[in-house]
Design a binder for this molecule. Structure first.
Ligand SMILES: CC(C)(COP(=O)(O)OP(=O)(O)OC[C@H]1O[C@@H](n2cnc3c(N)ncnc32)[C@H](O)[C@@H]1OP(=O)(O)O)[C@@H](O)C(=O)NCCC(=O)NCCS
Length: 361
C-alpha cells in the first residue's frame, strides 16, 4: 500500500523520558486504510452430486425420517474425486469478483477458511491465488472450522481498514466427504461439500459490524480429527499405518453448547453493531442442525418477519462454507436483497465462534 505521511502530527519530544515511557517520535509511516469496509460481492459453488438420505442409509443403520427429524437434512452435495477445495473455490471466487466488478488482479489478499485441504503445507490459498490469476496476492489458510468464514470476514474488514489490503477475497470451503467415515452413525449423514466466497473492500460507510468472537479450547475434543497425523506415522518414520483420521464428534455436547451459548453471542454482535433485533433483515447462522437454528431463533426472540437461512436441508453441514452458501441461496431466492442487514454467526470445532452483522451487497 502507498504511504501517506501528510497527517503525520508527531512532535519531536525525543528527549522527554520523564514519564518513564519513551515518547520518541515514530520513524515508521502509519498504515493508511479505508475509513470503512463492506462486502462487495458474494459467490457460491455447489457440487453436482446429490447424496440422499436413502443413500446414507445404505452405509449406516438409520432412516430418512430420523435424519430429517434430528438434523433437518434432506440431502447434501458431495464433490467429485477430482474436485478439491481449490477447484470448488474457483467458481465461487469468480462469481464474488464479478458481482464486485473486480478482476482477479485487483485482489490484494486471499483468506481461505477450510479444515479439509489435505496438506499441512503449502496453503490452499496460495494455490488458489495462482489458479485464479491473483498472484502475487497475499494468501493464507485459516483454521476455525465452522466459524472460519466469519473469522475471515473479521480479518478482511480489519485488513481493509488497517491498510494492509484494499480488496480481500474471503473463501469458506470444505470437502468434508474426504474426512467423513461413512460408517460412523454420528457423522455420516451430517456433512456436505461446497464453497462460498465474498469480496471485502473499501466503503464510504460501515458495512461490517464489530465481530464478537472467542474460543473454548477445553472442549477441543468435542469435534476433532480422530487421530493426529503423527499417530499414523510408522516406526520407520517413512510410512503410514492405522486408520484414516476422519472427523469424530460428541454430537450432544456440541448441540448443547451451540443451543445455550450461541444465542447470547449473536445478541452481542447485534448490540455491538447498534442494530435492534426488529431492524435486522436476515439471519444467517451456521448450518449445523435445524434444531440448533430453531433454538437460536427462539432464544434471540427473532421477529417472524426476519427470514432465517435453512440451507441445511439441501447442503447438510458444510462447515466453513455453510454461511456463504446459505446466504447465496437467500439472495438467489430473493429472500435477502442488496442493502439488507444480515446477522452471521459461525461456531464449531475448537470450540470457536464468531458473529457479526454485515450489509449485503
Ligand atoms: C448429531 C446429532 C444430530 C445427533 O442427534 P441427537 O439427538 O443428539 O442424537 P443422540 O446422539 O442423542 O442419539 C439419540 C438416539 O438416536 C440414535 N442415533 C444416533 N445416530 C443415529 C442415526 N444416524 N440414525 C438413527 N439413530 C441414531 C442413538 O443411538 C440414540 O438412540 P437411543 O436413544 O436408543 O440410545 C446432534 O447431536 C447434533 O446435531 N449435534 C451437533 C452437530 C453439529 O452441530 N456439529 C458440527 C458443529 S458445527
Amino acid at each position: 500500500m502507498s504511504r501517506d505521511t501528510s497527517n503525520d502530527t508527531s512532535n519531536d519530544t525525543s528527549n522527554d523520558t520523564s514519564s518513564g515511557t519513551s515518547t520518541r517520535p515514530g520513524r515508521l509511516a502509519p498504515p493508511v486504510g479505508a475509513g470503512h469496509a463492506r462486502v462487495l460481492g458474494v459467490g457460491a459453488y455447489r457440487p453436482e452430486r446429490v447424496i440422499t438420505n436413502e443413500e446414507v442409509c445404505t452405509w449406516i443403520d438409520s432412516s430418512d425420517e430420523w435424519i430429517r427429524e434430528r438434523s433437518g437434512i434432506v440431502e447434501r452435495r458431495w464433490a467429485r474425486p477430482d474436485e478439491g477445495v481449490v477447484e470448488m473455490s474457483l467458481p465461487a471466487a469468480r462469481a464474488a469478483l464479478d458481482q464486485a466488478g473486480l478482476a482477479p488482479a485487483d485482489v490484494d489478499a486471499i483468506i481461505m477458511a477450510t479444515v479439509t485441504w489435505p496438506y499441512a503445507t503449502p496453503s490452499a490459498a496460495a494455490v488458489l491465488a495462482e489458479r485464479l490469476g491473483a498472484t502475487p496476492a497475499a494468501a493464507f489458510d485459516l483454521s476455525a472450522a465452522c466459524a472460519g468464514f466469519c473469522h475471515g470476514v473479521a480479518l478482511a474488514n480489519d485488513m481493509v481498514r488497517g491498510g494492509s489490503a484494499r480488496h480481500v477475497l474471503v473463501i469458506g470451503v470444505e470437502k468434508l466427504s474426504d474426512f467423513t467415515d461413512i460408517h460412523d452413525r454420528g457423522t455420516a449423514f451430517l456433512f456436505g461439500d461446497g464453497a462460498g466466497a465474498v469480496v471485502v473492500g473499501p466503503s464510504d460507510r460501515p458495512g461490517i459490524g464489530p465481530t464478537v468472537w472467542g474460543s473454548d479450547g477445553a472442549q477441543w475434543q468435542a469435534i476433532m480429527q480422530k487421530q493426529s497425523w503423527l499417530d499414523l506415522k510408522a516406526e520407520d518414520g517413512r510410512h503410514v499405518e492405522g486408520e484414516f483420521p476422519a472427523l469424530v464428534m460428541a454430537g450432544q455436547t456440541v448441540f448443547r453448547w451451540a443451543v445455550w451459548q450461541m444465542a447470547p453471542v449473536a445478541q452481542k454482535a447485534l448490540d455491538a453493531a447498534g442494530v435492534a433485533i426488529d431492524d435486522l433483515d436476515v439471519f444467517v447462522p451456521h448450518q449445523a442442525n435445524v434444531r440448533i437454528i430453531d433454538a437460536m431463533v427462539k432464544q434471540l426472540g427473532l421477529p417472524e418477519h426476519v427470514p432465517v437461512a435453512r440451507d441445511i436441508a439441501f447442503s447438510g453441514n458444510t462447515s466453513a462454507a455453510s454461511i456463504p452458501l446459505a446466504l447465496q441461496r437467500m439472495l438467489d431466492e430473493g429472500v435477502a436483497k442488496s442493502g439488507d442487514l444480515a446477522l452471521l454467526i459461525g461456531f464449531g470445532a475448537g470450540l470457536v465462534y464468531a458473529a457479526q452483522v454485515v450489509e449485503l451487497p
